[in-house]
Design a protein around this ligand. Sequence first.
Ligand SMILES: *[C@@H]1O[C@H](CO)[C@@H](O)[C@H](O)[C@H]1NC(C)=O
Ligand SMILES: *[C@@H]1O[C@H](CO)[C@@H](O)[C@H](O)[C@H]1NC(C)=O
Ligand SMILES: *[C@@H]1O[C@H](CO)[C@@H](O)[C@H](O)[C@H]1NC(C)=O
Ligand SMILES: *[C@@H]1O[C@H](CO)[C@@H](O)[C@H](O)[C@H]1NC(C)=O
Ligand SMILES: *[C@@H]1O[C@H](CO)[C@@H](O)[C@H](O)[C@H]1NC(C)=O
Length: 393
Amino acid sequence: MSSNPGFRSFLLLSFLLLLSIVAEVQARGKIFNVVAYGARGDGRTNNTKAFCNAWYHACQSTKPNMVFIPFGIFLVGPIVLSGPCKGPINFFLHGDLVAPTDQASSSIDHWISFQYIDRLTINGGGTFDGQGASAWPNNTCRTLPISVRLDFVTNSEIHHVTSLNSKNFHFNIYACKNIIIHNIHIVAPGDSPNTDGIHLAESNDIQILNSVIGTGDDCISIGPGSKNINVSSIQCGPGHGISIGSLGFTPNEDNVYGVHVTNCSMTNTMNGVRIKTWAKPYRSTVSHITFDHINLNSVANPIIIDQQYCPSKRCKPGASGVKITKVKFSNIQGTAATQMAVTLNCSASNPCQKIEMRDINIGYYGVGGAASSCCSNAYGACYGQQHPPSCLR
Ligand SMILES: *[C@@H]1O[C@H](CO)[C@@H](O)[C@H](O)[C@H]1NC(C)=O
Ligand SMILES: *[C@@H]1O[C@H](CO)[C@@H](O)[C@H](O)[C@H]1NC(C)=O
Ligand SMILES: *[C@@H]1O[C@H](CO)[C@@H](O)[C@H](O)[C@H]1NC(C)=O
Ligand SMILES: *[C@@H]1O[C@H](CO)[C@@H](O)[C@H](O)[C@H]1NC(C)=O
Ligand SMILES: *[C@@H]1O[C@H](CO)[C@@H](O)[C@H](O)[C@H]1NC(C)=O
């Protein structure tokens, strides 16, 4: 992280910001420094109790209070920081949090869980270090903890923090409304299992902007019940790209409606922009989706709709019950790492409809010839440049 000069100046800036924010909060609310509750930033002390106590007290006032984590390395968790709080609350992470690496803590579904909070801000320039390397080899035998969970959180903001080496997803946003996530940094190795950057489900009015995400799974994944989601100015890679899905795994899933992804770049990722559903009959719809101004740099599957997702054992192949309609791919340019640059494999029982392809220019320079596209059950229209040639019907 500190090898990135932009990030270093950002740290300096965030320190200056810290001074002004501290002054501002002092004027209005109180600062609850975890050290005053017995926390020690020595990388060894178990600070879970101290953090709970600081949070509890900060939560008891109508003023905008701050839980302050100063510079240092704080071992903490698993921990639940719960509301409702009486007023707005700021989790100001200036130092670094490190997750436990013991086996017991690795079988709980969260490391740091924020829930039932209105007007939460998480910022401060610090790092959530999930210590994932200790647990990744165990990814197949148990569900590992998600680093930062937000459940039932509203009108909130996450910015200027880093998530490093989560054991499972970095951020999971569930049943939330009106959340802005911006200027965050997500880092994990390209081969770390299941480390999605930000996963959304059952949430609406979410903005994710101006962030750098490099991880082992989807940079951003958008699950069932996501509505009015805007993603812009994200640099993704390594990772699996920006994905809607997987959908249709269980019956009665909520629809996905209104997802707008714009001005994003994908570098050495498995996918660029993707919609993925299980090959199962459970019905739902995905509609009003735009992927616009996407820059590709050596991406294996730049544009992909895959409705035949059916890895062995967990599924018996059949036609997907998820209906995909009104999806626009526009201004998508750059290079593919495989020849099949565009794949639109839609459901035989629920064909994709109203797909729009506009100004597509994807080059492939490897063996086998120019970039190509492959469609099944995909209907729509194209406008402007089409390279590879469109296969829409
Ligand atoms: C830290 O303390 C909490 C209780 O305060 C406990 O639940 C947790 O297991 C402890 N973590 C470690 C790594 O010992
Ligand atoms: C992973 O599994 C191994 C073998 O079962 C165990 O010894 C180790 O403690 C586990 N690590 C974690 C973080 O759960
Ligand atoms: C997303 O962008 C659209 C179009 O600019 C806007 O109408 C909508 O309100 C935005 N949604 C959010 C959650 O910011
Ligand atoms: C597009 O994203 C890049 C970062 O990847 C950013 O520098 C640029 O300002 C963004 N442009 C717009 C118009 O938002
Ligand atoms: C798309 O469908 C074609 C033809 O059925 C198949 O060869 C290809 O493997 C499929 N691609 C994906 C990603 O499912």
